[in-house]
Write a protein that binds this ligand. Sequence first.
Ligand SMILES: [Zn+2]
Length: 129
Amino acid sequence: MRYEFAEDLQKIAREISEILFPHVNMDRVKCFRSFGTSSKRTIARCHALGKLMQMALEVKAFYPLEFLSERFDKLSFEEQTKVIIHELMHIPKTFGGGFRHHDFVTDKNVNLLYKQFVNLRREGQRFDI
Ligand SMILES: [Zn+2]
């Protein structure tokens, strides 16, 4: 597995967070593309620095988001945006190192937030990509 910092996705994730997820500290979220996956179904993953690792390292929570290039980069821009929203939704309001799960992170909620994002963006937010 090879990982590359994804500046383009980082920028989109930052814009999404500013509009939809103000509790997400994008200085402590980093987007990466991964290459060489054998996974057939996974498109992206939300990782976290858990509480014990935070204590051991004496640092605060950190959430790396992984986008599996072979699958993610084939999607349309709309689908990619939804995947980014999905991954950001896994980050809880506390930003403490845990996750919100798939009872909350559902396709229905992702689609709702996507629509909200598109509408709010039209009302004056810039979005260059
Ligand atoms: Zn998920």
